[in-house]
Design a protein around this ligand. Structure first.
Ligand code: HEM
Ligand code: HEM
Length: 217
């Protein structure tokens, strides 16, 4: 019987994991307020819901800024450079090669999507803060845009468009994690919970991971 040996490495530090959880929950919560807003007619309920959306939006802004700062000052696998693989993306486009080489750290292909998501989240934060000022007289942009209602469309259109793109990302991200879980011999989804990633060593006779090779890189 062929058995498989794993060795594991700590890749995602606790700060990165907490930020991932924080941003993931904030994004889902923001989407839920949008779905609920469609059930409300104009009135007190809808106004309250938008206020909830704005306050959760502030929480997301804090999460995005924290992630970007941690991407510069954090450990190796939290750095934005761990997600920067232009040669792999170019190869994927040229040869339609969607097989990413296994490695410790962020998946090299998925990283392209993660960077796009952070860019979209920055636009969401700026346009969301703009809408909070223009439509509700709230937030840090209120001093600049509070009396400029004509800016509404400028903020609203990208905000709505990116909302659909982010819903697409969340669905594909979860589907990809489930797919890897079933297809690969190594677990992946739990790495954002426990911090550990696993690598298979072929043709060994025991079946548990080996602790050597562990590092806190
Ligand atoms: C709506 C929810 C979610 C959003 C918006 C989201 C977003 C992201 C983003 C932006 C990254 C890039 C990582 C980084 O910042 O360093 C990422 C990576 C990752 N996420 Fe999520 N995530 C969500 C849910 C989940 C769930 C439920 C799991 C499973 C526990 C998960 C597991 C992972 C893993 C394992 C990675 C790293 C994958 C790799 O090796 O490239 N995510 N996620
Ligand atoms: C992932 C993050 C976000 C998602 C998915 C999201 C989604 C949406 C959507 C779909 C709308 C409706 C647009 C329309 O009227 O057509 C909206 C409106 C709005 N969002 Fe966001 N948003 C996010 C982040 C933020 C942030 C960070 C803020 C600010 C702190 C914010 C503040 C607002 C405001 C003020 C409105 C207008 C409410 C109104 O019409 O009275 N959003 N958002």
């Amino acid at each position: 019987m062929q058995t498989v040996t794993y060795h594991r490495q700590k890749v995602y530090d606790p700060v990165l994991r907490v930020i991932h959880l924080w941003n993931g929950l904030a994004i889902v919560f923001l989407m839920v307020t949008i779905w609920l807003s469609e059930l409300f007619e104009k009135g007190v309920g809808e106004e309250t819901l938008w206020h909830v959306h704005i306050y959760v939006g502030y929480a997301l802004v804090v999460g995005i800024v924290s992630r970007l700062v941690w991407g510069v000052v954090g450990p190796k696998h939290a750095r934005l450079s761990d997600m920067w693989h232009p040669a792999v993306w170019w190869n994927a486009v040229r040869h339609f090669n969607l097989q990413a080489k296994p490695r410790f750290g962020h998946n090299t292909l998925a990283s392209g999507a993660y960077i796009a998501v952070y860019l979209m989240l920055v636009v969401m934060a700026v346009t969301g803060l703009g809408l909070a000022a223009v439509e509700h007289g709230m937030g840090p942009f209120n001093t600049w845009f509070g009396d400029a209602p004509w800016l509404k469309d400028l903020f609203e259109e990208p905000h709505e468009l990116i909302y659909y793109a982010l819903m697409g990302f969340v669905l594909v991200h979860i589907a990809a994690l489930i797919w890897h879980e079933n297809k690969d011999k190594t677990p992946l989804a739990q790495s954002m919970v426990t911090g550990y990633q696993y690598e298979v060593e072929e043709n060994h006779s025991t079946s548990i991971y080996t602790p050597e090779g562990e590092s806190n890189a």
